[in-house]
Ligand binder design. Sequence first.
Ligand code: AP5
Length: 210
Amino acid sequence: MKLILLGAPGAGKGTQAEIISEKYGIPAVSTGNILREAVKNQTRLGLEAKSYMDAGALVPDDVIISIIKERFKEPDCAGGFILDGMPRTVVQAEKLDEMGVEIDKALDIEVSDEDIIKRLSGRRVCSVCGSSYHVLYRPPAEEGVCDKCGGELIIRRDDQIETILDRLETYHRQTEPLKDYYEKRGKLVIVEGQEELADTTRLMLAAVEA
Ligand code: AP5
């Protein structure tokens, strides 16, 4: 199974990717998580990506494509994957096609900009394993502590309000055209993001299995 998750920043791609990954035993491949790990470890990639990420802009396509080519070589991708946050531009989508990656579905989670702002300003992420929480909608069992690994929960650097607005603008200009790209190929499935996380999951799983 090869799936793509589309949607604005904060639409719930990472949250749903984790759930689908566990249910179907396929890896969730998040370019955002790969880049954040590189920034944390101050690798060459991380140093290059940081300024783009902090500004709410996209990292150049060629950087993303080489990351994804490396990731696909790992054995866990052999049985399929869920791409979370890639492709992000039409150029990235065309590259995936050129690489011969046959996508089953592109699932687009639709959430209004107003709700996105509420979600991202309450998001907390694990500083160790990257799992995502929300202070109101998905609180951890113990405040500030990751349920999965016990790591400290922190606010992402790009979840400051000015950066959230820049990311939304980038999304509408550069990523939203992908809906049209996948619709023309008969792959697009729209999922209306729900207020309750579990309700979105139910719709997502129904869309995967349809
Ligand atoms: P990335 O990490 O991909 O960030 P993003 O697309 O901005 O998406 P987010 O991770 O912010 O949100 P999400 O949709 O996963 O939502 P989540 O599940 O956390 O990218 C970061 C940066 O890296 C980019 O800005 C760019 O610079 C760079 N980058 C990455 N990939 C790239 C690429 N391919 N090309 C170029 N540059 C790239 O949910 C959000 C919050 O809402 C959470 O707190 C969650 O608990 C809560 N929530 C989720 N669902 C619900 C619900 N139904 N109801 C209530 N709350 C909910």
